[in-house]
Design a protein. Structure first.
Length: 299
């Protein structure tokens, strides 16, 4: 039985009308078997209502429900956080900061930071998994139109490596990563971090992909532009979809933050068959992602 609750729009509205309801739901997600002290592991605690902290009966350590999560020390009501998570998760087109600040009545900087924190939680959660099927892999280039060389070798574009499981009549899980250079070193690191060893990986015949033969069954083939959808169908469908997602909702993004948007897209794509659980899944991810500040995000 899934630990995540499937919620329709109306069920979400009914369940999370109050701060207390949101707080209790987060408590059940973080400690589904009851409180556990992060210091000594003891199961019993006093709840200090005024300060909203739990004090362990054994070691007296005090901890809050949101400590070391992206909600830590937030001045934004949990109800607005829940709505932000719902809006980001429920629409495959995503939710821009401009849309969010209008819908939940916060400032634009607050909405921008909230969405980036949610994306960080999505990225961290997906980083726990690796692809483990027959895999298609290719690279794509992101950026505004400009003069000069297009595709590989373009100096004004962000380079992205994309891998997706080919499961015959449908795509499996997918991952995308921004790289500075499309060379064997970056490709080796990408595969090591995102793909289980000893699987078939199909690519075009670009020389840098030869490094994949070290730990995988590498199938390479020259792919002309007009053959891409036939020889590497799922990876090119994904490339088209993610570019439409970025252009349609955000009208382009900077190189600095591109990875966050790619991770958001992949997170939703990888859980598209559990769309009614996405709110709960993202909330759980938020509880398991360490806090970070605006300064860290804008470095």
């Amino acid at each position: 039985m899934s630990k995540y609750t499937a919620l329709s729009f109306f069920e979400f509205q009914e369940l999370f009308r109050t701060e207390d309801a949101c707080y209790k739901h987060l408590q059940n997600l973080r400690w589904p078997d009851g409180f556990q002290c992060p210091e000594c592991g003891h199961r019993k605690a006093y709840f200090m209502n005024k300060r909203k902290v739990f004090q362990c009966e054994n070691c007296r350590h005090q901890t809050s429900l949101t400590a070391k999560t992206i909600f830590h020390k937030t001045h934004t009501p949990l109800r607005k956080w829940f709505w932000a998570v719902y809006l980001v998760g429920s629409d495959k087109r995503g939710c821009s900061a401009t849309q969010l600040y209008k819908k939940i009545a916060v400032s634009y900087p607050t909405a921008w930071l909230m969405i980036h924190k949610i994306r960080k939680a999505m990225k961290d959660r997906d980083a726990l998994y690796k692809l483990d099927h027959f895999i298609e892999m290719d690279d794509a280039y992101f950026g505004s139109k400009s003069k000069g060389k297009r595709g590989r070798g373009a100096s004004n574009k962000s380079k992205v490596v994309i891998a997706v499981e080919n499961r015959g009549n449908c795509a499996g899980y997918a991952t995308m990563h921004v790289v500075e250079h499309l060379d064997s070193g970056n490709l080796s690191e990408f595969v090591r971090n995102h793909i289980e060893p000893n699987y078939i990986i199909k690519t075009d015949a670009y020389p840098s992909y030869n490094v994949l033969s070290m730990d995988h069954d590498h199938q390479k083939e020259i792919v002309e532009a007009h053959e891409a959808m036939k020889k590497l169908p799922w990876v090119h469908i994904l490339i088209g979809n993610v570019k439409s997602f970025i252009r349609g909702t955000y009208h382009g993004v900077s190189h600095k933050h591109l990875q966050q948007y790619l991770s958001e897209f992949c997170y939703r794509f990888n859980r598209r068959f559990a769309e009614y659980q996405l709110t709960d899944r993202i909330l759980y991810a938020c509880l398991n992602t360490h806090q970070f500040t605006l300064a860290e995000l804008t470095l």
